[in-house]
Write a protein that binds this ligand. Sequence first.
Ligand SMILES: NC(=O)c1ccc[n+]([C@@H]2O[C@H](COP(=O)([O-])OP(=O)(O)OC[C@H]3O[C@@H](n4cnc5c(N)ncnc54)[C@H](OP(=O)(O)O)[C@@H]3O)[C@@H](O)[C@H]2O)c1
Length: 309
Amino acid sequence: MSVQYQPDRSLSVLRTGTIGGFEAGRLAYGCWRFAGSSVAEATAKVEAALQIGATMLDTAAIYGFGQQGFGGAEAVLGEVYAAHKGLRERTILVTKAGIHPPVPYDSRASNLIESCEGSLARLRSDTIDVFLIHRPDLLASFDEVAAALAQLRRDGKIREAGVSNFSHTQLRALQAKLDFPLVATQPEFSPLAIDPLEDGTLDVAQEFGLATMAWSPLGGGRLTAAHQPEAGTQEARVLSVLDAIATREGVDVDHVALAWVLAHPANVFALIGTQNVDRIRASARAFDVKLSRQDWYDVLVAARGVSMP
Ligand SMILES: NC(=O)c1ccc[n+]([C@@H]2O[C@H](COP(=O)([O-])OP(=O)(O)OC[C@H]3O[C@@H](n4cnc5c(N)ncnc54)[C@H](OP(=O)(O)O)[C@@H]3O)[C@@H](O)[C@H]2O)c1
């Protein structure tokens, strides 16, 4: 039987995917920049996110540090939940533990458990749907981290567990100590942060069937029409390619950047971080973008600054 070459097809971007036992929108709402919002403002953002199917809300115990203080972003979200009966059940709640300034990282079991309990109180929730270790603590053994996750899961304080900013070897080492599967990895991933494509992060996500939660998919605002990059930089190259695609597709560059991230086969969810309600809603235009393989590689080549080998 002859194998026929498949012509170039638009890379399809599905609106939902699975993360452990949960079905969630592929656009998720990141609450890092949330601290400082009033409850009314935060409610409007969460409602806008839900309107576009962004049912997964990502926060962390540390968010708010330096503004309202440690736990500030979780506390705002907790007030939103408390003020809107039934809202908590409509969302998939992700939070993270293990960063406690001034010590950079602390994933001792006691700290992870205490941190989770603090998050539950601030978030006015009985359980965390997906609990992530925020960054690898080089001084915490994988045995100890695994024991803490197992205990939290046994106690019903978390439903699923995952990691953020872990290398693929660190993820594997932790998984080897657990008798249940991790469900998520959360790396920085965007056309300006392409290491996960080659450092094993997205490979191990596929191997273990994880969700890949891409943080700062717009490079923290650098992949938007508002950003003026310096000529000749990676940002300038990438924005130029995104802009050409955006013009053709009738969308904005940020929507193309989101579509690019979502098009990778590692079960990617993009954590959008805008605090602007209109921009939250407009993010759904990412699903309208029809990227070809050529488009996708054009963006990657622009990011690399050299052709593919
Ligand atoms: N695990 C980790 O270590 C880690 C680290 C960082 C972030 N995260 C997660 O990832 C989430 C998203 O990160 P992020 O906020 O950096 O995401 P992002 O979506 O890459 O960047 C958001 C920033 O871009 C700006 N922006 C978005 N669209 C724009 C537009 N069309 N024009 C002008 N500016 C625009 C936003 O400003 P406006 O608000 O004014 O729109 C905001 O400052 C966080 O909330 C957090 O949940 C995780």
